[in-house]
Design a protein around this ligand. Structure first.
Ligand code: SME
Length: 156
């Protein structure tokens, strides 16, 4: 596998289409979830220039910070709290165009303006979430949701 990420495409959709096979090539054959989370966070972050891109893992009744790219972040989030805890509790992707309009949003960074959180399932249970923050309003839509849900399905 090449260790050089090829970032191509003008539109968001073209970029995801170029990125997904590269993510698949990196994670396939690697059974370690943390190693794969680290590379996926790096590849998404580099491709799109997000503010913060990373994972929280379910540990008991909390989410615990996992591999990420970007500024330091909150370490633990309770189930049902914030956008991440809601994605976990509801087992559904949360697309938040304006974090100030999301009740209970946890501001790890005041620069974050919009956010998407995608739950990761194993045997029907949420075991982690992918959380991406943007410094602009309205960055994420159903296109991000569709592709990011495919990305997390590639994780072991
Ligand atoms: N804003 C998130 C917390 C995690 S940070 O954005 C990295 C939330 O409300 O769950």
């Amino acid at each position: 596998m090449s260790e050089q990420l090829i970032i191509s495409g003008e539109t968001k959709q073209e970029r995801y289409e170029a990125l997904l096979p590269q993510i698949e090539a990196v994670v396939e054959g690697e059974p370690d979830l943390i190693a794969n989370m680290a590379n996926v966070a790096a590849m998404l972050h580099e491709t799109f220039g997000f503010w913060w891109t990373g994972f929280y893992r379910v540990e008991g009744q909390e989410l615990v910070l996992g591999p990420f790219q970007g500024p330091m972040a909150c370490t633990r989030i309770k189930k049902g709290r914030g956008v991440c805890g809601t994605a976990w509790a509801e087992a559904q992707t949360q697309v938040v165009p304006d974090v100030d309009q999301f009740p209970g949003h946890i501001a790890c960074s005041s620069a974050s303006r919009s956010e998407i959180v995608v739950p990761i399932f194993k045997e029907g249970e949420v075991i982690a979430v992918l959380d991406i923050d943007s410094a602009q309003l309205g960055t994420f839509d159903q296109t991000d949701r569709r592709y990011l849900e495919q990305v997390v399905e590639m994780l072991p």
